[in-house]
Design a protein around this ligand. Structure first.
Ligand code: CO
Length: 144
């Protein structure tokens, strides 16, 4: 494997994003599932969502509720009834390098440049049309 490939190798599944209609209700049942409450709540203005993060070992579950009718989560709920798995987030060391690789491979990107995500991360979404119907979020820790 070349140096440039290893730099943008995916590190782990960071979280699975789950769209919910009612965050408070969802937190109650997911707390029962996980065994403890969320470690973190955050509203992400850029994506018009409020979120609750649960720790599951080294990974997380991210519950997402829309904060506006034109939020991507509101659209997802309209299409998918009560909610469901919305995206899978994978952590990468160099999000810019990864986006450049994907662009070169002809993959359709929702965000050709990273945007501000929750918890001080740079994130970018890959279009599900290019990923067999799965919305993939790339995430890089700003401190790394
Ligand atoms: Co996410």
């Amino acid at each position: 494997m070349s140096e440039s490939q290893s730099k943008s190798l995916l590190q782990r599944v960071d979280h699975v994003g789950i769209a919910v209609e009612d965050l408070e209700q969802a937190v109650t049942v997911y707390t029962a599932l996980v065994g403890e409450g969320p470690r973190h709540y955050e509203t992400v203005e850029s994506q018009k969502v409020k979120t609750a993060f649960f720790h599951v070992g080294e990974s997380h579950l991210e519950l997402l509720q829309a904060t506006a009718p034109d939020s991507p989560i509101a659209k997802f709920i309209t299409k998918n009834g009560r909610g469901g798995i919305h995206h899978i987030c994978v952590a990468v060391d160099d999000i810019h390098a990864k986006l450049a690789e994907l662009k070169a491979a002809g993959v359709q990107l929702i965000h050709p440049e990273p945007i501000e995500g929750a918890q001080n991360k740079l994130v970018a979404f890959i279009h599900p049309k290019s990923m067999n119907g799965v919305l993939i979020e790339l995430s890089q820790d700003k401190t790394s």
